[in-house]
Write a protein that binds this ligand. Structure first.
Ligand code: FES
Ligand code: FES
Length: 168
């Protein structure tokens, strides 16, 4: 469904309700229960599996998505709380299938190993660079402090982000 055709439509249906979520610029009508997390709905209802479930308790950042441009932990966010907001997942960063400069930099700098943390890292860094085009290394470390990586030791990730910032 194209965006704008539904806003906050809610239709009770048993314990489920239908809500309208705007994800990557498109509106979707989705059946949810009040307790469903945004992560569950993105992955299981909308087949957007880029956001990963690591801990499920707000510790690892692998589920990070952007809500109104700010990074949020989708495992701790209720889907019903995201109605009327712009949700961006990693699938929405690669416009028309073309990698964003940050995605390309992660590949070029070897910042993706197992890849489990990558979508969360890239979305946190995307939000940082949209707020601050020339972040310091400290700014980058702070922006990523909620995103854990078990593989890279972080240096390659930080170098990838710095390479994009240097081109701005
Ligand atoms: S899965 Fe959400 S913070 Fe780990
Ligand atoms: S690349 Fe494996 S957890 Fe970060």
């Amino acid at each position: 469904m194209k965006r704008g055709s539904a806003k906050t439509l809610e239709k009770e249906k048993g314990s489920e309700k239908i809500i309208a979520l705007t994800v990557n610029g498109e509106d979707h009508l989705v059946p949810v229960e009040d307790r469903d997390t945004l992560l569950d709905v993105l992955r299981n209802r909308l087949s957007l599996t880029g956001a990963k479930e690591g801990c499920g308790t707000g510790e690892c950042g692998s589920c990070t998505v952007l809500v109104d441009g700010k990074p949020v932990l989708a495992c701790l966010t209720l889907a019903v709380g995201a109605v009327g907001k712009e949700i961006t997942t990693i699938e929405g960063i690669a416009a028309s299938g073309k990698l964003s400069p940050l995605q390309k930099a992660f590949i070029d700098h070897g910042a993706v190993q197992c890849g489990f943390c990558s979508s969360g890292m890239i979305l946190s860094a995307t939000a940082l660079l949209s707020d601050n085009a020339k972040p310091s290394r400290q700014d980058i470390q702070k922006a990523l402090e909620g995103n854990l990586c078990r593989c890279t030791g972080y240096n390659k990730i930080i170098e990838a982000i710095e390479s994009v910032k240097d081109k701005k």
